[in-house]
Design a protein. Structure first.
Lengths: 74, 327
């Protein structure tokens, strides 16, 4: 079960993409994109749109991402 | 694995039956095919059931499984590439083929990592090429659903739809990992790099590689949170000119030169997906084929075209890419 989009853990994930080790290939590449965009240094607008993108990605792929979801959200 | 090498007649019959196909073969063969739900790219190198094969006489056919409920074939100019993610089905995957050395190839390589919606569904694919004897004489082509659609300038894509609840995933097998040398960074995105920062010290890239005696069969490797992403060397000039690469490097990403690989075939087989995984599509890099002398050798049960570049969301080098559908 994913936390809601307003859960602060999504912002934490965006701000510090290097805090976890990921297993799902698409997530690894997506988080590299997040890191290259600046992580916590992103503008508030970019940060919010990135949260929407990452949340949508997790929603679509959660059936394949059990290990990553367990690590990130417990 | 559903793919194998077939004649034009056999492939045409599958197209006429309405199958959704991913094709690879010689231009003269693909140009004979009827209209239908297929995309194709030129290449004469394949990994078939018997091992590495070089042939201009047959077409490599990947037939998408019956649970693919619909498919759309499209082609995109270099300026239209950013539309690819948005044109896909809400549930499914997309397979892209880019003609090597085209503007579409270069622009996809440089720009795809920033495409909006790129991660909405798996995007896999490859870069079409030619027989190495024809380099510089014949341009690589791609085809979008008919024998008359061959082009050397546009990207072609097959967008496939999967039923609700059925997911696809893209994965890679990469034998290379970062060596223990210095961190290499670049100031600009590009396939050609004159300068490099070596642990923060500016250097002429070609001079640096020559000075350390680097084996150019070993690519640059970036660590994308555990995914090793290669950028392969095309040419290192003796005169200190720009180093040519088979994919762009990006500013803001740290690279290292790859550590040497032992026996390619045995190491490759050890990293292949387990027996429970049956890829719907896969491709492997021509540089792996050449550097590891794979003609006549098998690399496990994974089959497909041997390509001038691979796509798993973004352009990759010296990497095997495969797509799996999870029922």
């Amino acid at each position: 079960m994913l936390p809601s989009q307003t859960d602060p853990r999504w912002r934490k994930l965006i701000d510090q993409p290097d805090q976890y080790t990921y297993k799902f290939l698409a997530l690894k590449i997506l988080m590299q994109r997040v890191a290259r965009k600046g992580g916590a240094r992103m503008s508030p607008t970019d940060r919010e749109s990135t949260v929407v993108e990452v949340f949508s990605f997790f929603q679509k792929n959660q059936a394949l991402m059990g290990d990553d979801i367990a690590v990130i959200f417990g | 694995m559903s793919g194998n090498l077939r004649t034009v007649t056999e492939t045409s019959a599958l197209i006429t039956e309405g199958r959704h196909l991913l094709l690879a073969g010689d231009e003269s063969l693909l140009a004979q095919l009827p209209a239908g739900s297929w995309i194709g790219g030129t290449i004469p190198y394949f990994m078939d059931a018997e091992g590495g094969v070089v042939t201009r006489d047959r077409i490599y056919v990947d037939e998408l499984p019956a649970l693919v409920v619909d498919a759309r074939v499209a082609s995109y100019s270099a300026d239209e590439l950013s539309r690819i993610p948005g044109d896909g089905f809400s549930s499914g995957f997309s397979v892209v083929i880019l003609p090597a050395t085209s503007e579409a190839h270069a622009r996809y390589a440089a720009e795809a990592p920033e495409f909006t919606g790129l991660f909405e569904r798996p995007v896999v694919g490859w870069v079409s090429g030619v027989h190495l004897d024809d380099l510089g004489k014949v341009s690589p082509k791609v085809f979008a659903g008919s024998g008359g659609s061959g082009t050397d300038s546009r990207a072609v894509v097959l967008h496939a739809e999967l039923p609700e609840g059925v997911l696809a995933s893209a994965d890679i097998v990469n034998l290379f990992h970062q060596g223990d040398g210095p961190v290499l960074t670049f100031d600009e995105v590009g396939f050609s790099q004159g300068k490099v920062s070596v642990d923060g010290v500016p250097r002429v890239f070609a001079d640096y590689l020559t000075e350390i005696g680097h084996d150019v069969r070993l690519p640059l490797v970036a660590d994308y949170f555990g995914a090793m992403i290669n950028v392969s060397f095309q040419a290192v000039p003796d005169d200190g000119g720009p180093v040519a690469l088979y994919a762009p490097v990006f500013d803001g990403i740290e690279y290292k030169l790859a550590a040497p690989v032992g026996d390619y075939v045995s190491e490759f087989v050890s990293q292949l997906p387990s027996g429970s995984v049956s890829p719907t599509f896969s491709c492997n890099c021509i540089l792996n084929f050449l550097y590891s002398d794979l003609e006549g050798k098998k690399t496990g049960d994974v089959q497909g075209p041997i390509t001038f570049g691979e796509v798993a969301y973004q352009l990759l080098n010296q990497t095997l890419v495969y797509l799996t559908i999870h029922e």
